[in-house]
Design a protein around this ligand. Structure first.
Ligand SMILES: [Zn+2]
Ligand SMILES: [Zn+2]
Length: 626
């Protein structure tokens, strides 16, 4: 209905009433001008109307689009002829408020006394635009970073929708009008499903912001704009890395009736959930592997970016370890066996039964010592002793094992006795050697003699191994004591010389006992204790301690491998679904079965695997996979 067509006028008696005309007898009223739209609180609504005849009062009636009376304003001008009343847009039926876009289009009518009324005039209140803002700046404003700790670690973002109304001239303006804003989200189709740790429409997605009471909470949230034109809610994302959500603010025709027409809609940013974690304890052994270089965020992040996980290297995370016993190669030095851990050894004493000046040469495993008198091992050696007849002749070398005795010449008249000069050895009477060699049975006698029982030596060797393991553990403990909590990593190459494959790891302390075995502290992946000869390299199946304090030695020499080791160990410290099928997030169970994966137990390198539906990348992202 355009201006002019709403004019009501008196018509001749009996003439038909045309559409838009109201027959009022001697008084008629017509709205001659009103804005097509206005923005209450910023603009007012000037209504021009014309009265013919003599009215004694007039009032303005405003109804919403459904016909419900919003305002009845009495006492407006009622002069015969042209009148103007400027309505401020406030209602006075029920709670006073500004009329809203939800009421629109309004129907305005002038009613006079005596009874006459104008044709209704439509006046709109229209949404101009919605602006969605989150106040985020910086390089990656779309990232919703999951908190590193706490029981509720769903990341949140506070969103503000500013709704503008159209002024009468169609430009937008912020008003005080309470406009219902309906918030929804669009979840990416690839998001983690709820049964795998993600969210769905039945999950909490919205929380109220202080001062902005809200309805809904799961699949939607709704609240009206305040006197600054703003609606505010907090969006609660899933805590699964890589999940994406786009936020949408809408104004519905009927707030609360979510199937009603959409008056305006605005999409906000698409958010991406990122996990993050901080690794704070890198220890560098002097001249060891340079963790300071290898553990930089730039070097480590590469493998985590595809899993939407941010690696933070804590402030002051890299520390030098200034323990004099640390060499850069080893976390703990090799402690040589003590006397109580070594096989018995003895000098030899020869006595003839009469005049005898021949020489006797003994071959076997002979102890070697350093300048300080410490035993350094054994070697194949011999000693030649000149007989002194019936006076005992004692050698100076300590034999662990005797292989052969050779007498310089045959003399059938003499019987020769050989016995240990440093024995017998307590508890090992079986091996007290006291042999009488008769001439005529040959001048060279092969032997296979030791001074101590094999089982007793095995016990001693095990005591030596155990003591060295305690040394490794105390080195670990001293490093742990420098950290308050969390994982830590040590930039050496090997735990201990006995684990340095490719280095000189052989010893000769127990060379006379080729059949004894010691048990290494570590086990293979099935839990079986590993055994070896004590002089051989000691077996080690894994180099980590199964606890939050993980000590790792960077095996091998190639820097590329050290980089993989650091990434692998750092990945263990992230909050992830276990990479392996075992329980817990540490130790041997936390490894991927796929060999070409960073999280493979042996030689983990490269990237997190993506093959199959339960691959490591998704586990890193937090998917709860079988
Ligand atoms: Zn591992
Ligand atoms: Zn994997």
């Amino acid at each position: 209905m355009g201006n002019g067509s709403g004019v009501a006028r008196s018509t001749p008696e009996g003439a038909p009433t045309r559409p838009g005309e109201v027959r009022v007898g001697v008084v008629t009223v017509a709205i001659t001008r009103a804005p097509a739209r206005f923005a209450p609180s910023v603009e007012s609504c000037e209504v021009q109307y014309r009265i013919t005849g003599t009215a004694t009062a007039a009032q303005l009636e405003v109804r919403d689009r459904g016909g419900t009376l919003l305002a009845r304003i009495a006492g407006i001008p009622f002069a015969t002829g042209a009148n103007t009343y400027t309505w401020d847009g406030r209602t006075n039926q029920g709670t006073a408020r500004f009329a809203t876009p939800h009421d629109s289009a309004l129907a305005l009518k002038i009613v006079t006394t005596p009874a006459a009324e104008s044709a209704p005039r439509a006046v709109a209140i229209e949404v101009h635009s919605i602006e969605v803002a989150d106040g985020r700046t910086g390089d990656n404003p779309e990232r919703m970073l999951r908190p590193e700790s706490g029981s509720d670690r769903d990341p949140r973002v506070e969103l503000t929708a500013t709704v503008k109304l159209k002024r009468s001239n169609n430009t937008g303006v912020v008003t005080q009008v309470a406009i219902g804003v309906d918030w929804v989200y669009e979840a990416d189709a690839a998001n983690c499903p709820r049964n795998k740790g993600g969210k769905d429409d039945t999950s909490r997605h919205f929380e109220a912001v202080s001062g902005f009471a809200m309805t809904g909470g799961n699949s939607y949230a709704a609240n009206p704009t305040n006197t600054s034109g703003q609606s505010r809610v907090k969006f609660v994302a899933s805590e699964v890395a890589g999940d994406k959500f786009r936020l949408v603010a809408r104004v519905l025709q009927t707030p609360g009736t979510r199937t009603s027409a959409v008056l305006a809609t605005q999409r906000g940013r698409t958010y991406e959930v990122w996990r993050q974690f901080t690794y704070s304890n890198f220890f560098q052994i002097p001249s060891g592997v340079s963790l300071a270089t290898i553990s930089t965020e730039a070097n480590v992040q590469t493998v985590f970016t595809p899993a939407f996980t941010k690696f933070n290297r804590g402030a002051g995370a890299v520390r030098d370890v200034t323990n004099a016993s640390l060499t850069g190669e080893y976390l703990a030095p090799l402690a040589a066996p003590r006397a109580s851990e070594l096989p018995a050894a003895s000098r030899l004493k020869f006595t003839s039964d009469g005049e005898d000046t021949r020489t006797v040469t003994v071959r076997g495993k002979v102890r070697s010592t350093n300048a300080g008198g410490e035993v350094t091992g054994t070697s194949d050696d011999s000693e030649t002793i000149t007989l002194r007849g019936t006076t005992p002749a004692t050698g100076t070398k300590y034999f662990q094992k005797l292989d052969r005795v050779t007498v310089s010449a045959s003399n059938p008249a003499r019987a020769l006795n050989m016995e240990p000069a440093d024995g017998p050895h307590a508890g090992n009477a079986d091996h007290v050697m006291n042999i009488t060699m008769f001439l005529g049975r040959g001048t060279s006698v092969p032997l296979d003699l030791v001074f101590e029982d094999e089982s007793a030596v095995q016990t001693k060797a095990q005591a030596w191994v155990d003591r060295n393991w305690r040394g490794i553990n105390s080195a670990v403990d001293s490093l742990r004591s420098a950290t308050s909590s969390g994982y830590c990593m040590v930039g050496g190459r090997y735990l201990h010389p006995k684990h340095a494959s490719g280095r000189t790891t052989r010893t000769t302390f127990y060379a006379g006992y080729s059949n004894i075995t010691i048990t290494a502290v570590s086990t293979d992946s099935s839990g079986t204790l590993l055994t070896a000869h004590p002089d051989a390299p000691w077996p080690v199946a894994f180099l980590g301690w199964a606890s939050r304090n993980l000590i790792i030695i960077l095996q091998g020499g190639a820097s590329g491998q050290a980089q993989d080791v650091v990434r692998h160990e750092v990945a263990h410290a992230s909050d992830h679904h276990p990479f392996g099928t075992g329980s817990g997030s540490s130790g041997a169970s936390d490894h991927c079965a796929q060999t070409r994966c960073l999280m493979a137990q042996i030689e983990g390198r490269g990237q997190l695997c993506t093959t199959g539906t339960d691959h490591s990348r998704k586990r890193m992202m937090g998917w709860q996979l079988p």
